[in-house]
Design a protein around this ligand. Sequence first.
Ligand code: SF4
Ligand code: SF4
Length: 410
Amino acid sequence: MTSTLSRPAPVGRLVDQFEKGLDAPICLTWELTYACNLSCVHCLSSSGRRNPDELSTEQCKAVIDELQRMQVFYVNIGGGEPTVRSDFWELVDYATDHQVGVKFSTNGVKIDQKVAERLAASDYVDVQISIDGATAEVNDEVRGKGSFDMATRALQHLKDAGFKDAKISVVVTRHNVSQLDEFKALADKYGATLRITRLRPSGRGADVWDDLHPTQEQQRELYDWLVANGEGILTGDSFFHLSAFGEASGGGALPGLNLCGAGRVVCLIDPLGDVYACPFAIHEEFLAGNVLRDGGFKQVWQTSDLFLELREPQSAGACASCDFFDSCRGGCMAAKFFTGLPMDGPDPECVQGYGEQLLADRDNGVLPKSSVDQSRTGNRRKALPSIPLTVLVTQPPSRACDENPLAGMR
Ligand code: SF4
Ligand code: SF4
């Protein structure tokens, strides 16, 4: 929740307020480092090597101080693999001591029994373990050999330590969409909650998107699964483009944030302090400023030209004539941008098939590339081997943007 919510209740729907932007982001992702022990083929931030210009401990603490003043009650910390920063736990403690709850994403590399016990003792830290296959075979193809065992070992440590409600975070791909029931069973086994997200063509994800993004039939399968099993599954803003499988009246909308919140309620602080409109939009086009050079995070969030522009009413463009626009809203800005499609046209995975038509006509030679690539030399892969398709912290951190940003709001 943000400071906006403590002001007199706005007239109209909250979602309309979100479109105009809030005083502070609801879904703030902060990537602490580009360093990572893995080299996942779809990494949205093309992580691998640490960048020597990453924010220092003191600079990170200054950002946390500012988040506290802005009443950003929780932050999603990621990377890279954030736990490989030597000051990671110091920063987590500093954040929670300053009324900023933490949810961090990890591949599990540092979650041993001792760490799990420490995490279980805090009410203000949430843990999200990334797994992209319900079996080692499917997972390790994307995340690297041994990564499934590492992630499930971390989950077991958390369970044994009594950590409540860890998250298992899955990027849905062509190869794991048939495993949704198995993912749910895996989450149940560890007393965790399943979170599923969309594969966006961002970072190294652009290299593998054509091969990995779910087919049109699989998107329907995914939509049907969410309609039947979605209660208690976290999806964030991942799948609102699938709502167009429902009724044109908007009756098929899935739970979650049904609009692109980039620069309005969502943003990213990268390891260098650069602020982007969205974690999936690491490109100069979506760079709003830098927390060190441009007067701090609050200044960037509240006054950058880019964010002010994104908070203006956006044109529906070619989607204006679509009966499903109210539920789908033309889909994801980042997915369109990195697949070379017009920003005011259909999503590349438009369920009406318009995106596929545009993709077939696009010029693959001039696709925009992410501004950042910290991939370790030789690890960036172009294609996959084919595998068969088969807080004022008086309360725990709000996780509203995981599921429904309206949750918990008056
Ligand atoms: S660009 Fe896509 S991923 Fe980013 S906030 Fe918008 S819908 Fe979400
Ligand atoms: S045409 Fe546009 S609004 Fe309609 S379903 Fe496709 S992406 Fe969504």
